[in-house]
Design a protein around this ligand. Structure first.
Ligand code: G1P
Length: 291
């Protein structure tokens, strides 16, 4: 079984659900407490043993590349001012040289198309996908849990979570096949953004995947589906005819930072555990509750 070494992070999206904040700032760079949302997702990938990250980027996303690079002027200024703690922080979180790639998705044709843009860098090995809109707060990173499951059952793994039926049509939805083995269940089908009455379950796809490279070939001729976009879910459905798919109900809580409320929720959830401001944040919440 080949190790999962590479991850694709599609960061080309426009972030229309959080306008106007995203008018001139990529949504992935908006801070959750004191770090860009994207850094949490990169950390999750690294914790799962990922060695190379492929960012699928687009116009006006230059600040993402800059964030994962040295910032000599800033570093020099911090050094002159003896701010060694901050200096260490901004340099120690940098990815190792050569461990990131940036490919462009020139037109917003859908998630499936974005993933396909990474095909040459992925090559012929299984890989992970992390949708950076979704932050998962968990003891053990969501992707690390998926890698463990992958080492047990192989094939393709999709992270899922229960969602109230009135919100199900905003997501990809899976159909479980047979009985679950703990938190892992084989899948028999999946569908992108079904109408509520046609949803095969209340299990949404959370935005974390481990896929075999054959999905790239299917994506190359995938027709547009839901919302007129080339959907990853549709290509996975075709791959399911040849390979197994398991759904993992991971331990943890997801936050959809692509929406105003989800972004706010993520900030609160990460603030209350933050080493510097956690105590104050918890006290503030208590005060607001009593007011
Ligand atoms: C994408 C996927 C969908 C998944 C969702 C998770 O949809 O296509 O299957 O459930 O992410 O956030 P999007 O939110 O890009 O419309």
């Amino acid at each position: 079984m080949k190790k999962i070494r590479k991850a694709v992070l599609p960061v080309a999206g426009l972030g229309t659900r959080v306008l106007p904040a995203t008018k001139s700032t990529p949504k992935e760079m908006m801070p959750v407490v004191d770090r860009p949302a994207l850094q949490y997702v990169v950390d999750e990938a690294c914790e799962a043993g990922i060695e190379h990250i492929v960012f699928v980027t687009g116009r006006n996303k230059g600040s993402i590349e800059d964030y994962f690079d040295r910032a000599y002027e800033l570093e020099a200024t911090l050094r002159d001012r003896n701010k060694t703690g901050l200096l260490d922080r901004i340099t120690s979180e940098l990815p190792e040289a050569g461990s990131t790639s940036f490919v462009r998705q020139q037109s917003p044709l859908g998630l499936g198309h974005a993933i396909w843009c990474a095909r040459d860098v992925i090559g012929n090995e299984p890989f992970a996908i992390l949708l950076p809109d979704v932050l998962v707060k968990a003891e053990k990173s969501c992707l690390a849990q998926m890698v463990e499951a992958y080492e047990r059952v192989g094939g393709n793994i999709v992270a899922v979570d229960e969602v109230p039926m009135e919100r199900i049509s905003s997501y990809g939805v899976i159909a479980p096949k047979g009985r679950a083995d703990g938190n892992l269940v084989e899948m028999s089908a999946m569908v992108e953004k079904p109408p509520t009455d046609r949803a095969p379950s209340n299990l949404k796809i959370t935005g974390r995947y481990i896929l075999q490279p054959e999905v790239m070939k299917l994506l190359s001729d995938q027709a547009a589906g839901a919302s007129g976009e080339i959907q990853l879910t549709d290509a996975m459905t075709r791959l399911m005819k040849q390979q197994t798919f398991h759904a993992l109900k991971y331990d943890g809580q997801d936050y959809d930072c692509g929406s105003k409320y989800g972004y706010f929720e993520a900030n609160v959830a990460f603030a209350i555990d933050h080493p510097e401001i956690g105590e104050e944040a918890r006290a503030l919440l208590k005060r607001l509750q009593q007011a």
